[in-house]
Design a protein around this ligand. Structure first.
Ligand code: NAD
Length: 367
């Protein structure tokens, strides 16, 4: 029997409900495949502020570093909305990413065939579902570059331009290489197609991305690499989403197109995510949605994004591929059988159930 130490951060709002669901599913995987998951529950976010005054207590970060992987629910809520930015619950997410050095964000955009009606796109575009993996660089680029304000110059006629604000997009070869490698590795495990999204017609940093990606591609001869400008990619994502498989891109472009891709799936309650650092270090897995305070504690939260995040954890941090497949198949089967939480119920034949019952259905499908 193999055993794994999982740091669980339930967080706020529906966070505890969906992490409970994911842990219950992992326990079933443990029973079926003979693994032991040792969960340690940790504080972060608003509940941590209430208990300790700190959104990310040092003990939480230390325990996460010492784990095999981290599973997070969601943080934040109206109770803490008036706190200054650097003391808000969401600060915990940034500090976890920084503290664990998580530089690669994996955001799958999956639309299950049985849920294609959820997509705002036309039926003929999405009737076979959608399955795109977006790999976003998470710790560099525009969001971390040099920024500031300075006195602006003058217009041609001498009018002063006032204060000027600037942000800088800077990427080193090493930063590009390690994220592009994640893209190639993902592509190897999928359909061996990688699209690098950039703005190389304008940005020097994008031209370096292309050079590095081309250099690394010689190590992955089976993967077909292509490049696409971000403006074109954002159009093609809604026109022919199924032509994409794995996309790798910068922090800012990834921020935007992963939300676009998530939106075309139509169901925020179904979207998992992962943030990864150096191979061999703990990754962090969490649903894309927030703490949904409007439905917290009402047994209405869709647990599937958190459950699918647990499947990603098995696949990418614990190398348990069969086990990850088993969870994903169980979710597909439950959805195909018509079971829905309220957020994904669209038709008369849908059988609407709550968080706990949906979790029980997934567990029962892992046999
Ligand atoms: P949200 O994702 O929490 O909710 C948006 C809408 O989607 C709500 O109507 C909610 O009920 C619904 N929803 C979300 N997840 C659902 C699920 N699993 N099942 C059913 N319905 C679901 O976004 P928001 O309302 O903008 O933010 C609420 C709080 O969450 C804020 O404090 C925000 O800062 C925080 N937040 C946290 C994270 C995170 O922890 N990673 C991410 C986004 C927002």
């Amino acid at each position: 029997m193999s055993s794994f130490r999982i740091a669980v951060i339930p967080g706020d709002g529906i966070g505890p409900e969906v992490t409970n669901a994911a842990c219950a599913v992992l326990e079933q995987i443990g029973r079926k495949f003979d693994h032991q998951f040792d969960f340690s529950e940790l504080l972060a976010g608003g509940s941590a502020i209430d208990a300790t005054g700190d959104a990310l207590p040092a003990a939480t970060l230390a325990a996460c570093k010492n784990s095999d992987s981290v599973l997070l629910g969601a943080v934040g809520g109206p109770k803490w909305d008036d706190l200054p930015g650097n003391r808000r619950p969401e600060r915990a997410l940034l500090d976890l990413r920084g503290g664990l050095n998580l530089y690669a964000n994996l955001r799958p955009a999956i639309l299950f065939e049985a849920l294609s009606v959820a997509s705002p796109l036309k039926a003929e575009i999405v009737d076979k579902g959608i399955d795109i993996m977006i790999v976003r660089e998470l710790t560099g680029g525009l969001y971390f570059g040099e920024r500031g304000r300075r006195a602006g110059g003058n217009l041609e006629d001498g009018t002063p331009m006032g204060v000027e604000a600037y942000d800088t997009e800077a990427y080193s070869e090493v930063e590009i290489e390690r994220i592009v490698r994640v893209g190639f590795d993902m592509a190897m495990g999928r359909s061996k197609k990688l699209t690098c999204v950039d703005k190389a017609n304008i940005l020097e940093s994008s031209r370096l991305w292309r050079e590095v990606a081309n250099k690394i591609s010689s190590e992955y001869p089976e993967v077909a690499l292509d490049f696409m400008y971000v403006d074109n990619a954002s159009m093609q994502l809604v026109r022919r989403p199924n032509d994409f498989d794995v996309i790798v891109t910068t922090n800012m472009f990834g921020d935007i197109i992963s939300d676009e891709a998530g939106m075309i799936t139509g169901s925020i309650g179904m979207l998992p995510s992962a943030s990864l650092g150096k191979p061999g270090t703990p990754g962090m897995y969490e649903p894309v949605h927030g703490s949904a305070p409007d439905i917290a504690g009402m047994d209405m939260a869709n647990p599937l994004a958190a459950i699918l995040s647990a499947a990603m954890m098995l696949r990418w941090s614990l190398s348990l591929t069969r086990e990850a497949d088993a969870i994903e198949k169980a979710v597909t089967d439950v959805i195909a059988s018509g079971w829905r939480t309220k957020d994904i119920a669209y038709g008369q034949d849908d059988k609407v159930i709550g968080t706990k019952e949906m979790t029980a259905k997934v567990i029962a499908s892992i046999v």
